[in-house]
Each structure stands twice: as structure tokens, then as C-alpha cells.
Write a protein that binds this ligand. Structure first.
Ligand code: MEZ
Length: 531
């Protein structure tokens, strides 16, 4: 659906201001300016965004409302159902078949462990494949892990766990080399060195990309490697409960989605790499996330006593598609701004430095569309601001949009919009779960034998992640989790695990007067009910 007449005047304003804007640099905000805009406009700061959770290890602490509602639900499986189904055995059970789960599996397998991956949909159906713009690593002569560290801490508002950040930035160059050794094709300069770009909040160009489908390229090689090493994968088999024995994690109860029956995997250790929770549509926002991003790992681990960190904060990617309606909330990669595109309001005026951190840019867009009334209304009743992608053609040369952003080009071309010639309308979209399970730098949770890696964890990114540090995080910590879990799992095979830890949980629900009839994990979002 090309732009209707409704948009024409505003697009003309964007085109009219473009020549002058090409040489216009928006000022960066001061530290105080950033704090002010976050407090006034970021959804995390809305009075009603979070509430005290009534049960579990974070009892009394503020948790995002939608997440608290899911965490307080009852379990979906009884002890007899859990015990009835077929059982398999492994040293290490990995729950989640995205980038982090696969990285963990490869390392655990390399360490000699018998590994099973159980995943909700198909291997690789995860947020990893949807990450577009790149992966950060300080591997250029003008950069260093120390500079990367400072950027990560600054982006996260200095709330980040310093030990986790240290691991992240120090392991980063090695992770990129490892990916290349597996066959991952990154963008290169004509001389064969890595091509790198800026992301929001980075002081150096350290974003390594495969055009604008970096996550898909990474997932391609990880999936191939898991398959070619013969690692066992159970697809359409989400975990619905952890198994425990003597206070240790000891496997999981799975739901076989083909038969609707429960099965179990008994394992010496378990890694949760279940990803995030964007499909809870926090604050009623659309999301860039995969359908499976429904907080399953948080639910399972929380019930088993694992504490959450930063459960009151989500990341809203500033540039979700606001039009056409068919792609509402899908990602318009930050790489677009890294290549030079500006954000402008309905009059074609730039209102924010485009590479401020995501929380700040998202807040500025919300301000422009609300208090300032300078957003562009959509026919479906939404609003947005323009991301002026055609600027890239002037900065990087004719044909650069199609060359560097082929996925983005196709996403809009389907609807008759040529992004090398026309701007796109954007508005913040739920993108990343900043918080999650508390882990040590060995990826251990507080439940012995239970490890976690990737978006299900909290602490690495503080209250706001920088672009390209998620693909990095899932691989750095996925690999560490694989090694740690292999070590533990080979020494601690369970004898007779079960779900008796739920007795305590059910008691807590009753004591708190929670008579919730719905069960969790929810596994998939239910859009029918909302309609
Ligand atoms: O790290 C991300 O979230 C990412 C690479 C997203 C993007 O804008 O492309």
C-alpha cells in the first residue's frame, strides 16, 4: 500500500527540508536533559507501568504489570501428569533453540556432555533471527574493550552488573572470530577488514553486520553447526515446568505440541535460554518480537525460587514501523540511523540527535507525538514520526539503501513504498527485556544446576541495552553457560526428580489470596481473546 494522499503534505515537508538537514547536526542532550526526558516520557516511568509482586523471591518489589500478572499464575501441570509421560536423559538440557541455546549446546557438546535442546517451535525460531543491525565487538585499532565497557555502562544508566559487562566486552572480539570460523559472512571493506558502523550511544564504530539481516546470518551458521554435530533437538516441545531434586534443577517437563502430552527430560543441569517477553505487549505497545517471546523462562525459574533483576524495565526500540498497519511494530533497524538517516516531525524538522541511546530517542518520539502534537497521524488511528531513509543515498551514494539495507527495502517494497526515495513512519515498539533472571558471571542462577543465558537474564545491560549488544550477549553468555552446565551436569545426574517445589509455590499463592485460575507459561500470545 503506497502512501495515501493523507501523508502527501507531510512527506513534501520532509523532502523540502532534506537538503539543509544534510549538513545539520542535532545537538546531543546533556546528562540532565536525558534524565528529564526519560522521566517525563519513557513508558517505564509511567505510574501504572509496574506494581509490587505479591509472591516469590521479589515479593513487594515493583515488576512490570503484565509480567507480574503472568508470574502470579498457577502452574499448568500436576505431579501425576509430569510423571506419566515418556522420559529421556541428558547431562545438559537446554531450553530454547535460539542463538543463545545453540551457542550453549555447541560448547556443552564440545566439553563432552550429552546435550538435548528442547525448543518451543523450530530450531532457530527466536528473536535472534529478527536482530538486524549488527553485533558489537571492539576489534579495531582505535577501539578497546575498555571503551566498549564505558559505552555499555553509560547506556544502561550505570545500573549494569560490572562483572557481567566485563565478560561481555572482553569476550566480544573472540565471539566474532568464532562466528567467522563457523562460516558467518560479515560485511567487509574492499581491503578485507571488517566494515563497522556506529550504533546509538557508541563512541566508536564497532557494529559488525551482515547487511541488515545479521541475526539471521548468525542463526544460519549456529543451526547448521548444531545439526552437523548431531545434537539432539526436540522441536515443538516447550518446557512448562522445571524438574528439581534435593533443591537442584534436574530437568524439565515438556509439552509435546504435536500430541498435547507431557514428556520429561531428566538432566544433570538445565540452561534456560528462552529469550524475552515482548509478546506481553507491555503498556499496549506493539512489538518487534518473535511470537514465542512470552516470558516462559522467567515463569519457570521464578517459581523455583530464582530472583529477578530489573523486572520493572523494558526497552522500546525507537523505530518500530507505524505504517502500513500490516507491519505495525516490526523493527526498522537502528542501522538506518547509523548510516545517517534522521528522525523528523510532520513539518520535516529534526527533533533529536538520532544516535542518542534508545531509551532517550524513544522518549523524544513519544514527546513529539504527544505533548508537542508534531506527530503524523495514521489512517488506523496511530501516529508516528518520519525516519528519513533517502538521506542515506545522499550520504553514502546512490544504490546504498538497497545494498546495505536489503531486508528493510523488501519489507517496505511489498507495500509499494520505496525507502530509497520515501521516508518511513515510525513509533516506539516493545523490543527487549532489559531485566530478567539474576546470574553470576558463570551464568549460574541461585538454584544449583540451573544456568541461564541471553535475554532471559538481567543485569548485563542495566536499564537500557545498546544496539548490537544483544547478539553479543546471547553468544558470550550462551557459550559460558554451556561450559558451566556441562561441568555440573556430568557430575550430578538426578535419580528421581519431580515438581515438588511447586507445593511451596502453590502455598504462597494461597497465602497471598491469589485465586488465579489461568495457568502459565502461556507459550503463545492469544490475539483472539484481545479482539
Ligand atoms: O541489538 C539490537 O536490538 C539490534 C541490532 C536492533 C536493530 O536495530 O537492528
Amino acid at each position: 500500500m503506497p502512501y495515501t494522499a493523507h501523508f502527501r503534505d507531510s512527506i513534501s515537508a520532509v523532502e523540502a527540508t532534506r537538503p539543509n538537514r544534510l549538513s545539520e547536526k542535532a545537538d546531543k542532550l546533556t546528562a540532565a536533559g536525558r534524565t528529564d526526558i526519560l522521566k517525563a516520557y519513557h513508558p517505564d516511568y509511567r505510574q501504572d507501568s509496574a506494581r509490587p509482586i505479591r509472591v516469590g523471591p521479589n515479593r513487594g518489589e515493583k515488576v512490570l504489570k503484565e509480567l507480574a500478572d503472568i508470574l502470579e499464575r498457577r502452574p499448568s501441570v500436576s505431579g501425576s501428569e509430569a510423571a506419566a509421560g515418556p522420559a529421556q536423559e541428558a547431562d545438559v538440557l537446554i531450553v530454547g533453540g535460539g542463538g543463545s541455546g545453540c551457542a550453549a549446546a555447541l560448547e556443552a557438546h564440545k566439553a563432552g556432555a550429552k546435550v538435548i535442546i528442547a525448543t518451543k517451535l523450530r530450531l532457530g525460531d527466536a528473536n535472534t533471527v529478527m536482530a538486524q543491525g549488527g553485533i558489537q565487538a571492539a576489534d579495531k585499532a582505535n577501539d578497546s574493550p575498555a571503551l566498549h565497557y564505558i559505552d555499555v555502562m553509560g547506556g544502561g544508566g550505570f545500573w549494569n552488573d560490572p562483572d557481567l559487562v566485563e565478560k561481555l566486552v572482553i569476550d566480544a572480539p573472540g565471539v566474532v572470530e568464532w562466528l567467522e570460523s563457523l562460516g558467518c559472512v560479515f560485511d567487509k571493506e574492499p581491503d578485507g577488514t571488517m566494515r563497522t558502523e556506529h550504533g546509538g550511544g557508541t563512541c566508536r564504530k564497532r557494529m559488525h553486520a551482515a547487511r541488515d539481516y545479521t541475526g539471521a546470518e548468525i542463526m544460519r551458521v549456529l543451526r547448521d553447526e548444531v545439526r552437523s554435530r548431531g545434537i539432539k533437538v526436540l522441536e515443538f516441545s516447550p518446557a512448562v515446568e522445571l524438574l528439581t531434586e534435593k533443591g537442584h534443577a534436574a530437568g524439565a517437563v515438556l509439552l509435546n505440541m504435536s500430541t498435547s502430552m507431557h514428556e520429561t527430560v531428566r538432566a544433570g543441569s538445565v540452561i534456560l535460554s528462552t529469550g524475552g517477553s515482548g509478546r506481553l505487549h507491555y503498556g499496549g505497545f506493539p512489538t518487534s518480537n518473535h511470537y514465542g517471546a512470552t516470558a516462559d523462562g522467567l515463569v519457570l525459574a521464578y517459581r523455583a525460587g530464582v530472583k529477578l533483576r530489573f523486572a520493572d524495565t523494558m526497552q522500546y526500540h525507537p523505530t518500530g514501523a507505524a505504517y502500513p498497519q500490516q507491519i505495525l511494530g516490526l523493527l526498522v533497524t537502528e542501522k538506518v540511523r547509523g548510516l545517517g538517516a534522521q528522525l523528523v516531525n510532520r513539518d520535516g524538522k529534526q527533533f533529536i540527535y538520532p544516535l542518542e541511546t534508545r531509551d532517550v530517542v524513544a522518549s523524544a518520539i513519544i514527546r513529539e507525538c504527544s505533548e508537542r502534537g508534531m506527530g503524523v497521524p495514521t489512517p488506523a488511528g496511530g501516529r508516528g514520526v518520519w525516519l528519513d531513509i533517502p538521506m542515506i543515498e545522499s550520504i553514502k551514494g546512490k544504490g546504498s539503501v538497497k545494498r546495505d539495507l536489503p531486508a528493510m527495502f523488501r519489507q517496505y517494497d511489498r507495500y509499494g513504498i520505496d525507502i530509497s526515495k520515501e521516508p518511513v513512519l515510525v513509533y516506539p515498539t516493545v523490543h527487549y527485556q532489559n531485566g530478567g533472571l539474576a546470574i553470576t558471571s558463570d551464568c549460574a542462577t541461585t538454584l544449583p544446576g540451573l544456568y541461564a543465558s541471553g535475554e532471559v537474564t538481567g543485569g548485563v545491560h542495566g536499564r537500557n541495552r545498546l544496539m548490537g549488544n544483544s547478539l553479543l550477549d546471547i553468544l558470550v553468555f550462551g557459550r559460558i553457560a554451556g561450559r558451566s552446565a556441562a561441568e555440573w551436569g556430568r557430575r550430578n545426574r538426578p535419580a528421581n526428580p519431580g515438581i515438588s517445589h511447586l507445593d511451596g509455590w502453590n502455598r504462597l499463592l494461597a497465602e497471598a489470596g491469589i485465586a488465579e485460575s489461568a495457568a502459565a507459561p502461556i507459550l503463545l500470545p492469544d490475539y483472539r481473546r484481545k479482539r
